[in-house]
Design a protein around this ligand. Structure first.
Ligand code: ADE
Ligand code: ZN
Length: 333
């Protein structure tokens, strides 16, 4: 059996704020004089029992109170890159949620400068190429997203695309059609969370109205045969996050996860960690979990790793280098 950590892979769906580990939350809170609602790490971890997406988001946003400075963003990102390296990540496309920081009084520059201080060292220090994707919080008004987009435009050289995250139900992609039109006109690629808790109709909207290059999650697409046919024909990548789906009760048990059925239907699936500090594992742990529960073969795992590179936004030459690394590993087993 292939060790999933040894498999070179791209991670295409990870929220940097979702990599904030409990110990680091307390470390930052202490040095920034921020009072948390929990007395210690163990008490905080006890609260990581989620019933749905919103119950997780409430904790995820609350923990961000501990992040105040550029140094915090830099250290958060370096800690992720260290873990990602140990998980065999060669390329990471990282989401961030500026609105969650702006509303706490931080500046867009504090967020960007901190993230960038880490990412500019990533290739040389960790052997990981990176890209940044800025997400709009879909439970905030369209006007807030538009203002955030204007703040990002001067940083277009450091931000490859925009996405859509936070509470999905009741916040369809159509709400952000004008924002995404403006983002594409400014040169950003687009992705969106769709079909995680929301219906397959939201996946259609993400494709048709937001013109996304990838769908984040998309697991509920399986409820719509016409959509499955379309996604398969167009080879639209889906960034599936199995441990997240179990922890947020999108599926009851890992054995019920649709990933294998999605692959068998010809969908271009990738496996990712989403918010690894909250969901019990980083990206290779997600590969291991589906390998065990869904009886995936080594070939399936290799296919998922190949899909992660073909679905990424890196240039073709770098893509070929990473694919050759996979070929090398396959030839050696
Ligand atoms: N923000 C962080 N993780 C998320 C998820 N899984 N779905 C929607 N918004 C998120
Ligand atoms: Zn996500």
């Amino acid at each position: 059996m292939i060790d999933p950590r040894a498999l070179p892979k791209a991670e295409l769906h990870v929220h940097i704020e979702g990599t904030f580990e409990p110990a680091q939350i307390f470390q930052f809170a202490q040095r920034n004089n921020v009072q948390l609602a929990y007395p210690n790490v163990a008490a905080l971890e006890q609260a990581y029992k989620f019933t749905d997406l919103q119950s997780f988001l409430d904790l995820y946003y609350a923990a961000l109170a501990a992040i105040r400075t550029e140094r915090d963003f830099e250290e958060l990102t370096i800690a992720y890159l260290q873990r990602a390296q140990a998980q065999g990540v060669r390329h990471a496309e990282i989401f961030f949620d500026p609105q969650a920081h702006l509303e706490r009084g931080l500046s867009f520059e504090t967020v960007m400068n901190g993230l960038w201080a880490a990412l500019r060292r990533s290739r040389s220090e960790f052997g990981i190429t990176t890209a940044l994707i800025m997400c709009f919080l879909r439970d905030q008004p369209e006007t807030s997203a538009m203002e955030t987009l204007e703040l990002a435009i001067p940083h277009r050289d450091k931000i490859i695309g925009v996405g859509l995250d936070s509470a999905e139900l009741g916040n369809p992609p159509s709400k952000f059609q004008r924002v995404f039109d403006r983002a594409r006109a400014a040169g950003f690629l687009t992705v969106a969370h769709a079909g995680e808790e929301g219906p397959s109709e939201y996946v259609w909207e993400a494709l048709n109205l937001l013109k996304v290059s990838r769908v984040d999650h998309g697991v509920r697409s399986m409820e719509d045969p016409k959509l499955v046919t379309h996604l398969a024909q167009m080879q639209i990548p889906l960034t599936v996050c199995p441990l997240s789906n179990v922890r947020l009760r999108v599926v009851d048990r890992m054995q019920d996860h649709p990933l294998k059925r999605m692959m068998d239907a010809g969908l271009r699936c990738t496996v990712n960690s989403d918010d690894p500090a909250y969901f019990g594992g980083y990206v290779a742990d997600n590969y291991s979990a589906v390998h065990e529960a869904l009886e995936l073969t080594d070939d399936d795992l290799v296919q998922l790793a190949r899909n992660s590179f073909t679905s990424s936004f890196i240039d073709d030459d770098t893509k070929q280098l990473y694919m050759a690394e996979i070929d090398g590993l396959v030839a050696a087993i």
